[in-house]
Design a protein around this ligand. Structure first.
Ligand SMILES: Nc1nc2c(c(=O)[nH]1)N[C@H]1C(S)=C(S)[C@@H](COP(=O)(O)O)O[C@H]1N2
Ligand SMILES: [Mo]
Length: 332
């Protein structure tokens, strides 16, 4: 590989006052169309679904970067953080999605070329019921849940995201893993016609990620179809992305087309690109610095000063047991 790809942490240090520009994620017409379709679909499921009612903080306030941090107006569940939610306008314009460019503002500007319908997801490997499923069918299999999670990027910034989706465990159980399944591998769409960033070899395409099967089955591990009560914006990984809140953000692979259960540990994009900098586990760990910067603190998008980074991104109580006996310094 000619050029060493980097998560560009340098952009973060000393830029605490910089606010991402506020822009609508897509044209108003597109936005309304997807919102309508999505609402119709989830309404059809009946019961159990609580749409978030809060308007995005940035909506109707285009041009204002002073949108207050939002609070989710529903009773918080056991998996939710009560921390202030990152304004929608920032969560949808400050993104990492290298398929659409390297700058934080590129995905919001360029991801309109991604067609998320029709869309199928192939589920195969060490399962008794391998299949290719249409995204709307897949969505209809599960009652949609809301999860307000912290997200910590390896670059040293963080957000609080109100996801909507379902537990990955439910999907895995449905396809019935065989006794040989030890890992789950995920693959993003590979289509340079829709994803202009794939015309350059900054990463090895398609983007892939992976989890140990026990990590994948943990109740916090989530498949997101929506954000803030509406269909996931393309730049956030529509129509389906992984969310693993105790791991660095790059584990949260976007625009997934394939999920494969494997016996061997799968190759993962960032670990392939720079194995000394990004590991397979990528658990958030303030005690293990990135070779080129400290992981002790983070900038919460929308806040002024840096805050402490917590072990496992604050989810240690729920997940630390998964790593008993594992040297987290070596298995970073
Ligand atoms: N396919 C794909 N998935 C991806 C990425 C990417 O470049 N391509 N970037 C990752 C990184 S580094 C982060 S921090 C999160 C960002 O998610 P967000 O833009 O929704 O905040 O997506 C992750 N998933
Ligand atoms: Mo990231």
């Amino acid at each position: 590989m000619a050029k060493l790809p980097v998560q560009r942490e340098g952009d973060e240090i000393g830029t605490d006052t910089a606010q991402p520009a506020i822009q609508p994620p897509t044209s108003r017409r597109e936005f309304l169309r997807s919102a309508t379709l999505f609402t119709a679909t989830v309404a059809g499921l009946g019961g159990g679904l609580e749409l978030l009612t809060r308007r995005p903080s940035g909506a109707g306030a285009a041009g204002s970067s002073a949108a207050p941090l939002g609070r989710v107006k529903r009773p918080l569940g056991p998996y939710d953080t009560s921390e202030a939610v990152t304004p929608y306008a920032q969560a949808t314009t400050y993104n990492n999605f290298y398929e659409f460019g390297l700058d934080k503002s590129d995905p919001a500007q360029n991801a309109g070329s991604l067609r998320t319908r029709p869309w199928t997801v192939r589920i195969d490997g060490e399962v008794r019921k391998p299949q290719t499923v249409d995204i709307d069918t897949l969505q209809s299999w599960f009652p949609l849940e809301n999860r307000v999670y912290r997200m910590r990027c390896v670059e040293g910034w963080s957000m609080v995201m109100p996801w909507m989706g379902f537990a990955l465990a439910a999907l895995i159980r449905r396809v019935e893993p065989t006794g040989k399944a030890n890992y789950v591998s995920f693959t993003s769409l590979h289509d340079p016609a829709q994803m202009p960033g794939q015309r350059s070899e900054v990463l090895q395409w398609p983007y892939t990620e992976g989890l140990r099967l026990d990590e994948a089955l943990h109740p916090l591990t989530f498949m997101a179809l929506g954000l803030d009560g509406r269909a996931l914006p393309n730049q956030n990984g529509a129509p389906l992305r992984l969310v693993v809140p105790w791991k660095y953000g790059f584990k949260g692979i976007k625009s997934i087309v394939q999920i494969t259960l494997t016996s061997e540990r799968p190759a993962t994009t960032w670990a392939l690109a720079a194995p000394s900098e990004y590991g397979f586990y990528a658990n958030v760990n303030p005690a293990v610095d990135h070779p080129r910067w400290s992981q002790a603190t983070e900038r919460r998008i929308g806040e002024f000063s840096r805050r402490q980074t917590l072990p496992f991104n604050g989810y240690a109580e729920q997940v630390a047991h998964l790593y008993k006996g594992l040297d987290l310094r070596r298995n970073f």
